[in-house]
Design a protein around this ligand. Structure first.
Ligand code: ZN
Length: 261
């Protein structure tokens, strides 16, 4: 068997503690249900982490051994420590895949990776969502027909304040008439990023078979296909320049000195 992809499902795990409806839909937590969906694929080695754990379960060691990180959050974006956000970003730049789910459009790591507000329009009416496949050849759309539907969902609509995606895999249409770029990809540094819209916590969306397939596909797509890129801004010694050069003018920096950050 090929090497398994090491997947970490991160969830803020707040609504499950505070809301009876969410607890009923996700008795093992949203992270537990997503992990169960991913474990249906033997090529994935899946673990979970939550906000409440020490360092939010995202220690340097854990992240160093993660190929793809999935992120679900809504009520506690501001409770994620800055240091942990920076740690996640650094790993994405090195090559770790990052999958932002539903209300994680407003999560700190996703906002930082996008560099925009990531706002959108929304409505909670339990309406139907039809997700159209824009790019049938894409790895994330593998095994999915022209479209699939989720019977009860929260509407997320345009304008979605994201930078223009590298690829749009899904566009959603909602019963109320709005549309939304619900499956988008980007690359940041060496890392691949996927945003996937469905996942409102009061509906059993992560039990939907096609949603689960999208998550498994997305992990395969987002897994790093190169070695880590350790981006440490190295100073190249004068004698190591590809062509022979001599120093001209004054120098501020000493030989061997690290780049300033
Ligand atoms: Zn929601």
């Amino acid at each position: 068997m090929a090497k398994q992809i090491r997947v970490l499902v991160w969830n803020e795990n707040v609504h499950e503690q505070e809301n009876a409806t969410v607890r009923e839909v996700y008795p093992q937590g949203i992270h537990g249900t997503i992990a169960e969906a991913l474990k249906e694929d033997v090529d994935l080695s899946v673990s979970t982490a939550t906000l409440q754990e020490r360092e939010h379960g995202l220690t340097k060691d854990v992240l160093d051994h993660t190929d793809v990180l999935l992120w679900w959050a809504h009520a506690a974006h501001g409770k994620v420590e800055n240091e942990i956000v920076e740690r996640v970003l650094a790993r994405v730049w090195e090559g770790m895949g990052f999958i932002a789910l539903h209300s994680s459009h407003y999560s700190r790591p996703f906002q930082r990776l996008m560099g925009t507000s990531c706002s959108l329009t929304w409505r909670e009416a339990g309406e139907k969502e039809r997700l159209w496949v824009c790019n049938p050849a894409h790895r994330i759309a593998r095994g999915i027909d022209r479209y699939f539907e989720i019977p009860n969902t929260e509407m997320y609509g345009e304008p979605f304040a994201i930078p223009t995606p590298d690829e749009i895999v899904f566009i959603s249409w909602f019963e109320g008439g709005e549309v939304f770029r619900s499956g988008c990809t980007w690359k940041r540094g060496n890392g691949k990023i996927f945003y996937f819209g469905p996942g409102h916590e009061v509906y059993p969306i992560y039990q939907h078979p096609t949603v689960r397939l999208v998550l498994r596909n997305a992990v395969h797509w987002a897994a790093p296909d190169t070695e880590k890129w350790i981006d440490n801004c190295p100073q190249i010694d004068i004698e190591n320049a590809p062509e022979k050069i001599t120093t001209k003018g004054p120098r501020l920096h000493k030989k061997g000195e690290a780049g300033l950050r």
